[in-house]
Design a protein around this ligand. Sequence first.
Ligand code: PLP
Length: 376
Amino acid sequence: MTPDDILLLIERLVAADRLRRLRLAHLPTPLEPLPALSAEVGGVRLWIKRDDCTGLAFGGNKTRHNEFVFGEAMRRGVRGVVWGASVQSNNCRQTAATCARLGLPLHLVLTTAHGETTDTALYAAAQGNLLLDHLLGATVEFVDVPLGPRFRQLLWDVAREAEFHGGPVFCAADPVVEELAAVSYIVAAAELFKQLWVRCVRPKAIYVSSSGATGAGLAAGLRLMGWTGRLRIIAPIEWPWPMDRHIADLANRAAFRIGEEPGLRAEDVDVDVNYIGPAYGMASEEGLQALELLARKEAILLDPIYSAKAFAALLDDVRKGVYAPQEDVLFIHTGGTPALFAHSPLLTRRLARYGRPWQSVRTDLAQGEGDTAVVG
Ligand SMILES: Cc1ncc(COP(=O)(O)O)c(C=O)c1O
């Protein structure tokens, strides 16, 4: 299939009401070269697909997901939404933005079981995604159950309880969510390939942070378009199930929703859990170095938990000589940047290594002629 075949097929399915799609994202997101970083790493030509620029409360991959996921929610006529993940979840922040846009009440269940969460971070000085959840009008409940099957059950319980109080509720644990999120990345793959064709770029490999829907959708879309390069799916979290099989199944189910059968098998999926670092929700040294490098060379910001770890994997492969100079390698930036602000203590501590006198204040310049403010 060509990219246009896929995009046309989606339009037809939407017109026939076999898929519902809301327009939430700023699309197409830019495809940009990374010239300074390419020179720094010895000439491999690096590209970035800016899905951090999808819009809707700072953007990210979930804005694409929610176009189809919440299309389905609206089709079902839901009266409320129960969502949940970790305290600094980008998914929850973008879902809070989606619900605000759609006028749907949202109850978030956020777990403190991942990353460094203090009482201050939760209440007095909520930062990053959590701050935005509040601003976007979500109600927030904290629990300490780790992400996984027990947490998903908890979401169902909260959703049933909410349903009991009035009308159907849409729940993050509904299997349709992952499937439709993956459909959005079949569309993203088509959008990306149109941009690559225009520039005559044929990437050897594509890197993305995912442990499910984003990687699955890309795998399905790229297979349907006959691409034979490497899709490197860099996992931010290791689930207690075979992730390659799960992603292959999910890719096939998403493709089936648009009437296609890519026939992906577990062995076709390259999902890598070696860049998680100390744990899910905690920054890794390689990730932070990758984040700092991209910021300084290209003025593009990553987040410490997802995109920085995937970018670290890309840099690691490039430095190991996996790609020849002049070969093209592409990174899909899935967003997550609001979480940067929640990691401010860690990030500012590291700035000392660049030798900046950022703590000193010059007092000898104050009170020059005419500098005195008149107050009152
Ligand atoms: C910034 C960012 N990148 C990547 C992902 C991975 O998304 P998924 O595993 O749903 O494909 C997430 C998930 O929350 C995210 O927040």
